[in-house]
Design a protein around this ligand. Structure first.
Ligand code: IPM
Ligand code: MG
Length: 365
């Protein structure tokens, strides 16, 4: 019997549906070339889901996700004005995305920063800094830290309004993500950059203590410790010194967007969010409501997320390779998405769906 998988498809908000459609084209191409069957189950999620159903992560969607073998998810989030129409706790980030992460304990967030030679000149960095490309795997802890710690707001005795947000980790959570980092380093260049702020935060002190304990299991991996602020500078000045980086949630949120700048567009930043029993795949960027529906969104991050799904959820390494290779081929042939097609570089701009069509054609080849 042919291999079969059920995928939950959460299109999200803004450019979400249009870039998801392109990832689905790529998946259909993989299906026809490999003979593997993918059953897609669409479900509402995010701001649109709130307006349609009254919940941004509705119970029916939870069920579809529970039953799926993997989840592919477009970006969520509304414009500032639209967001204000939704109660704070139902807004798509707090009401849908964080609960999704928590529900499946997707603690390991892989964000590849991948700029192969075909794309190297899209980086705003000088050619001598980029060399023949950038290839970093950033690993971000995704279900703890400031994002999920206890919160409090009120008015103090002095009459001033205040908030408290807590950066919480227990040693198991730290250990789990560090193991992920070490294993990834073992499979790559055996160098792990540990990003921390132990000169100020005691959460980083515990983190680094656990790191020393975990490191004993990986004698072949060299650890390089770097403070998070210094890491931001070093990533811009010498990005090629990094191979695998591991960090807590909030540091990872910020530094992975910085990485999007290094490669020239957040549209080139896919991601995988892996839990013990379930994984979901999403672009690292937001829903860009200002350009939604115009056919100019870059679907690369969404198609790249699909490639990560093939690889990480189904061990379809060969099929994932087809997708990465097709993405590169589009650029090699002189085409690019609108955000990248600087006329001075001589690229022909493709609409969102033209890009997806071309990727699908290269996969099917
Ligand atoms: C990301 C995003 C999310 C985050 C937002 C949409 C809540 O920026 O995945 O990096 O902060 O984690
Ligand atoms: Mg972010």
């Amino acid at each position: 019997m042919a291999e079969e998988h059920t995928i939950a498809v959460l299109e999200g908000d803004g450019i979400g549906p249009e870039i998801t459609a392109e990832a689905v084209k790529a998946l259909r191409a993989v299906e026809s070339r490999s003979g593997i069957r993918f059953h897609l189950r669409y479900a509402p999620f995010g701001g649109r889901a709130y307006f349609e159903t009254g919940a941004s992560f509705p119970p029916e969607t939870q069920k579809v996700c529970d039953e799926a073998d993997a989840i592919i998810k477009g970006p969520i989030g509304l414009s500032h004005e639209e967001s204000k129409k939704i109660p704070t706790h139902q807004q798509p980030e707090r009401g849908a995305l964080l609960p999704l992460r928590k529900r499946y304990n997707t603690f390991a967030n892989f964000r590849p920063v991948y700029l192969p030679p075909e794309l190297a000149h899209f980086s705003p960095l000088k050619p001598e800094v980029v060399g023949d490309g950038i290839n970093i795997m950033m690993i971000r802890e995704l279900v703890s830290g400031l994002y999920f710690g206890a919160k409090e707001e009120g008015t103090g005795e002095n009459g001033l309004r205040y908030v408290k947000e807590t950066l919480e980790y227990d040693e198991q959570q730290i250990r789990d993500i560090l193991h992920v980092g070490f294993k990834e380093a073992q499979n790559r260049k055996k160098v792990l950059h540990n990003v921390h702020k132990s000169n100020v935060l005691i959460s980083s002190v515990l983190w680094n203590t656990i790191l020393d304990e975990v490191a004993v299991n990986y004698p072949d991996v060299t650890v390089k410790n770097i403070l998070v602020d210094a890491a931001a500078t070093a990533m811009v000045l010498h990005p090629r010194q990094f191979d695998v980086m591991v960090m807590e949630n909030m540091f990872g949120d910020i530094l992975t967007d910085l990485a999007g700048g290094l490669v020239g567009s957040l549209g080139l930043m896919p991601s995988a969010c892996i839990g013990p029993h379930k994984a979901y795949y999403e672009p690292s960027h937001g829903s860009a409501p200002d350009i939604a529906g115009k056919g100019i969104a870059n679907p690369y991050s969404m198609i790249g997320s699909l490639a990560l799904m093939l690889e990480k959820s189904f061990a379809l390494t060969r099929e994932a390779g087809w997708v990465w290779e097709a993405l590169r081929a589009v650029f090699r042939e002189g085409y690019a998405t609108t955000d990248l097609a600087d006329p001075e570089l001589g690229y022909k701009a493709l609409t969102t769906s033209e890009f997806g069509d071309m990727v699908a054609r290269f996969i099917a080849f």
